[in-house]
Design a binder for this molecule. Structure first.
Ligand SMILES: [Zn+2]
Length: 311
């Protein structure tokens, strides 16, 4: 009896381990004919998830596939390339970068070596060039050998305008910059016909967004509002589940507005960063978001300091 019970316990453990292993790193979601979101984990950057803790996009065309954002390493890029093949039966012919955070673009070199053209705005590329080498070193403790030999590679001929209409493979796509957001030069991919927005790191749902030293919360909020003003039917956010504008508003727009309004006023009163963190530390309507306890206080302090320094 005991032996049987032990066996079934072991069997159950084995099954759950297998289930965990079989869980794909990216979940594909079809949004329209030939348009897919690839939804990554909301966890951190881990060796096990190849740093793919973000979302990506795939658009099929008769001439090859378009991939939106390229992962943080060659291993991540290879997995993305396999996913694109599964969804479209085609290789990646174009990679569009919506931003300059590691998981948006460090896989570019892999795709360029396999014949893809990299597309990005000049503003985005400027930030990539400034941060690339540092990002690879920052990834090394988590991704280890996955970043060996990794070279930052940006679009060779970046787009000078802030809004460009592209027709790769005959598919109408707009690449748009609104204002500096999570990083300077962040952009979105907009499909005007399908009303689908690939928001890059402008929008986080399910987990709390991070206001980093590179982030400008005030202009990010303005950029967020412009993105939502497009009236998308579906949003593939930078992080979290595919969503509508109402959810994006709750998890990103309202949170940014809370932090921006609060810190702007306290900075005008010269309250000091400690008072700001204490005064805005409780935010019950956002505490359900993943990572709230890890990120919220840092977000408030960085937003406050930027207002205080007048940047
Ligand atoms: Zn991100």
């Amino acid at each position: 009896m005991m032996k049987k019970r032990l066996f079934s316990l072991f069997g159950a453990l084995l099954l759950s381990t297998q289930a965990a292993l079989a869980e794909p790193l990216l979940k594909a979601e079809k949004l329209a004919d030939g348009v897919f979101g690839l939804i990554g984990s909301t966890a951190g950057r881990l060796h096990e998830n190849l740093g793919l803790n973000a979302n990506y996009g795939v658009i099929d065309t008769p001439d090859g596939a378009i991939l939106i954002d390229s992962g943080a390493s060659a291993s991540a890029a290879k997995l993305l390339s396999d996913e694109v093949k599964k969804l479209t039966g085609k290789p990646v012919r174009w990679v569009i970068n919506t931003g300059s955070q590691d998981h948006r673009w460090l896989g570019n070199a892999y795709f360029a070596a396999h014949g893809a053209e990299i597309i990005a705005l000049e503003r985005t590329v400027a930030t990539q060039r400034r941060l690339g080498l540092g990002q690879i070193e920052a990834l090394r403790p988590a991704l280890r050998e996955q970043v060996d030999g990794l070279e930052p590679m940006s679009a060779e001929r970046p787009q000078a305008a802030d809004q460009v209409a592209l027709q790769p493979g005959g598919r109408r796509i707009e690449l748009r910059y609104f204002a500096d957001a999570h990083f300077a030069g962040d952009s979105v991919v907009w499909l005007p016909k399908e009303k689908i927005l690939f928001s890059g790191d402008h929008i986080y749902v399910d987990r709390l967004l991070g206001i980093l030293p590179e982030s400008n919360s005030e202009t990010w909020l303005a950029a967020f509002r412009q993105a939502i003003a497009l009236q998308p039917q579906h949003i593939v956010p930078g992080h979290g589940r595919v969503c509508d504008s109402a959810r994006a508003q709750r998890d990103t727009g309202d949170y940014l507005a809370f932090v921006v309004k609060g810190t702007e006023k306290l900075a005008a009163d010269m309250a000091g960063v400690d008072v700001a963190v204490k005064g805005l530390g409780a935010a019950p309507e956002f505490e359900h978001l993943l990572n709230f306890s890890d990120l919220h206080k840092g977000n408030v302090s960085r937003a406050y300091l930027r207002f205080e320094s007048g940047q």
